[in-house]
Design a protein around this ligand. Structure first.
Ligand code: HEC
Ligand code: HEC
Ligand code: HEC
Ligand code: HEC
Ligand code: HEC
Length: 486
């Protein structure tokens, strides 16, 4: 036989191959079919088990009951009690005032000079608020609870007491549900903290982020609904919020409503933006308000406060009327490259993890730097150490600039205080005090934001640069010789 010719198999052999192939195909098809059937049946069983375990309604506040239906999400949610520190963040609630005493000077005369801690996991939000000296030693309104407890049912109950129609189990996003929510929100904002806090039992729970009927993400916080509607009406570009941009181009007949218009990817950030934002209490009713009427940048918020003539307190040493910034994570993230690229809070803080055949969103919300493999490596194909080095590179530069900016603000406070002691008049100090307000607002905006600059490194650097400049301008102003000065 010519070895270069292919060997023609014997006819009987070909027949055997044919039969064997048919048998193998038939058997494996049967196997695959029964496997699919099995999976489908299992899935049906699982669904049945899920939906027959506990009947979840708008009144189901206790996360343990939701946990019976969704044990994986519940287990990771419960892990927000964990305490782990990172170089610049993490969840160890140390006293920031001891770690960096400059803040006692910067906050002189305000509650934050008493007690100001590193934040930690969601499991602690209610107890940490009840126990802070800013609550135990000062008078606070019920408005504080909006972001520290599961308030949906409590607001609605308070709304029902005020005479809103319907019942607690009406869908939240119905006309009656929303009317109950709004009226209860207003009532509870105005209550003394001690009274309002007795109406809640849990930190943020499933009901606050999920619809009990469909499990879809939803917005439940009245202050946020109002805040984002004002933002939509401003002309600050928000390319990272495409549904807001679309609303602006539309007929604008109804106000912007995230529950009706936001995309799923937007909701993965907006659910967090209900609380991780700057706020103040408006007027006698202490109505919780987000100052987004001009846009989301630090100077937009500042302009709103200037226009309405708001200040948080009068600085004890300098006499300046100043602002306190609070955790503007959503605002700073909005200025960064990740937001611009469509990366949501949940992408980094609640990354998917695989459990068997199922993808589960990690409800153990925490520093993503404790979880780089799942939080970052899905998009950044570098080794863990390299990703950590890049993130900490941004943070270390921010940290260094933050120290310079806080030193500059303290120097200005000292200079104004000195001039005041030497007999300078309010009129003579007015310009320097205005500069302190500007400098301190920018410094605190970056310091109170919890990512140590990571969420938008360049924006944070811009603000700190301006803070240093305003503070040093203030010092120059104080040093300027003036007619009739002593
Ligand atoms: C690209 C990933 C990414 C996105 C998107 C992101 N974060 Fe972060 N976040 C980080 C990193 C990294 C840190 C720094 C953690 C550290 O220093 O340990 C951080 C820190 C934080 C912290 C402080 C955590 C701690 O351990 O102290 C909070 C709170 C936070 N982010 C909230 C948000 C919110 C709210 C959003 C959306 C508006 C958001 N983040 C979007 C990556 C992200
Ligand atoms: C708009 C939502 C919101 C409101 C309103 C709010 N908080 Fe918070 N609070 C947060 C967020 C988000 C954190 C975590 C980030 C941080 O600590 O910066 C936090 C952290 C805290 C902490 C732990 C860290 C610290 O500062 O010591 C305390 C205590 C606290 N808040 C008390 C209060 C009190 C008292 C009020 C009312 C005067 C209040 N909160 C109102 C959202 C809010
Ligand atoms: C109802 C208000 C509320 C909502 C909604 C909320 N948070 Fe928080 N978050 C808080 C408060 C308050 C704290 C601080 C708790 C404390 O220090 O006791 C906190 C703490 C955190 C921390 C710090 C955890 C740690 O270990 O230090 C991260 C990270 C965080 N939140 C991210 C998110 C993300 C991401 C979302 C959206 C998926 C979100 N939060 C939704 C109020 C909220
Ligand atoms: C602070 C907001 C928040 C809270 C509180 C919360 N979730 Fe979620 N949950 C999310 C986000 C964000 C997703 C991702 C949804 C998406 O991508 O569409 C999610 C997804 C889910 C999903 C869909 C499957 C998955 O894992 O992606 C289930 C089920 C779920 N959550 C159950 C729960 C349960 C049960 C609780 C209470 C123990 C809870 N959630 C509390 C924000 C929250
Ligand atoms: C869903 C995808 C996604 C995830 C998750 C993600 N990133 Fe990014 N990251 C991007 C994109 C997109 C850019 C913009 C640059 C580009 O287009 O390549 C970027 C840019 C960066 C940059 C350079 C920009 C800057 O801020 O200086 C760093 C550093 C970075 N990411 C770190 C991280 C870290 C740390 C994590 C995890 C905590 C993370 N990223 C998670 C998509 C992602």
């Amino acid at each position: 036989m010519n070895p270069t010719q292919p060997r023609r198999p014997h006819a009987a052999f070909r027949w055997t191959v044919y039969v064997t192939t048919v048998v193998i195909v038939a058997v494996s098809t049967a196997l695959v079919m029964s496997l699919f059937q099995n999976i489908a049946q299992r899935k049906r069983e699982a669904e049945q088990v899920v939906f027959s375990l506990v009947d979840i309604t708008e009144a189901t506040v206790d996360p343990a009951l939701w946990g019976k239906n969704f044990p994986r999400q519940y287990d990771s949610y419960m892990r927000t009690v964990d305490v782990e520190r990172t170089t610049h963040g993490g969840s160890e609630a140390f006293q920031k005032l001891d770690e960096e005493p400059v803040w006692r000077t910067i906050f002189a005369g305000y509650g934050f000079a008493l007690d100001y801690r590193e934040e930690r996991g969601h499991a602690y939000m209610l107890t940490d608020q009840r126990e802070t000296q800013r609550v135990t030693m000062l008078k606070q309104p019920g408005a504080c609870l909006h972001c520290h407890a599961s308030v949906v049912a409590a607001y609605r109950e308070a709304g029902l007491e005020k005479g809103a129609g319907g019942s607690l189990t009406d869908p939240l996003l119905s006309e009656t549900g929303l009317a109950q929510l709004r009226q209860g929100f207003e009532a509870m904002c105005a209550m003394p903290y001690e009274e309002a806090t007795q109406r809640v039992d849990h930190p943020v729970t499933c009901l606050d982020c999920h619809d009990p009927e469909t499990n879809q993400l939803r917005i439940t916080r009245p202050a946020f609904m109002a805040g984002i509607a004002r933002l939509a009406e401003s002309d600050d570009p928000v390319p990272h919020l495409p549904s807001v941009e679309r609303w602006r181009r539309g007929d604008r007949a109804a106000e912007y409503d995230p529950n009706a218009l936001a995309t799923r990817q937007e909701m993965r950030s907006l659910t967090c933006a209900q609380c991780h934002v700057e706020y103040y209490f408006k007027g006698e009713g202490k109505l919780l308000t987000y100052p987004w009427h001009n846009g989301l940048k630090a100077e937009h918020l500042e302009k709103y406060y200037d226009d309405v003539g708001f200040s948080d307190w009068t600085h004890k040493e300098s006499g300046a009327k100043v602002l306190k910034a609070q955790h503007p994570e959503f605002e700073l993230w909005s200025q960064g490259i990740h937001a611009r690229s469509g990366v949501s809070c949940a992408d980094c803080h609640m990354p998917y993890k695989r459990e068997g055949a199922i993808k589960v969103s990690d409800h153990h919300i925490r520093s993503p730097l404790l979880n780089i493999a799942r939080a970052c490596q899905t998009c950044h194909r570098y080794p863990e150490e390299e990703i950590l080095a890049r993130a900490e590179g941004i943070q270390n530069r921010n940290r260094a600039l933050l120290t310079r900016a806080s030193d500059a603000v303290v120097d200005l406070i000292t200079a104004i205080h000195g001039a005041k002691e030497a007999g300078a008049s309010d009129e003579q100090l007015a310009e320097a005090r205005a500069l302190q307000r500007k400098a301190q607002w920018r410094l605190d905006f970056v310091a109170a934001e919890n990512s140590m600059g990571f969420h938008a490194g360049q924006e944070a650097a811009r603000l700190l640069g301006e803070a240093i400049d305003y503070a040093r301008q203030g010092e120059v102003e104080i040093a300027r010789p003036r007619a009739g000065a002593p």
